[in-house]
Design a protein around this ligand. Structure first.
Ligand SMILES: [Zn+2]
Length: 99
C-alpha cells in the first residue's frame, strides 16, 4: 500500500531571506525550479522539514506585500498598520501625509 502525504498548497509559504511569502501553486515545484511569490520575489525551490535547524535560524517575518495581496484577493480586511501596498505603515507620519 502507498502512504500518501497530502500537502495543503495554502500551507506552503516559502521563506526567502528570513521572510515567508505567499504563492499560488497548482502542483509541487521540482527542486531547483524557480518559483515566484505573490509579491514577485522569486528563487529556486528547496524542500526541508521544519525542524530544529529552522528554529535556530529564527522565526521568519511575514512578507507584508504578499499578505496584502493575499488578503485583497480573498476579501479579507487588511491588517492595521499596513498601507495599501502592504508595506508597513510609517506610524511616525500622519496618515494624510502619505497620499
Ligand atoms: Zn512576498
Amino acid at each position: 500500500m502507498t502512504a500518501v502525504i497530502y500537502i495543503d498548497p495554502l500551507m506552503i509559504q516559502p521563506v526567502i531571506n528570513g521572510e515567508w511569502h505567499r504563492i499560488r501553486l497548482t502542483k509541487l515545484p521540482a527542486p531547483g525550479q524557480i518559483i515566484t511569490m505573490l509579491c514577485e520575489a522569486s528563487g529556486p525551490a528547496m524542500f526541508r522539514l521544519s525542524d530544529d535547524e529552522r528554529r535556530r535560524r529564527g522565526i521568519p517575518r511575514q512578507c507584508e506585500r504578499c499578505d496584502a495581496i493575499y488578503r485583497r484577493e480573498l476579501g479579507i480586511p487588511r491588517r492595521l498598520g499596513t498601507d495599501v501596498t502592504g508595506a508597513a505603515a510609517d506610524l511616525s507620519q500622519p496618515s494624510s501625509a502619505k497620499y
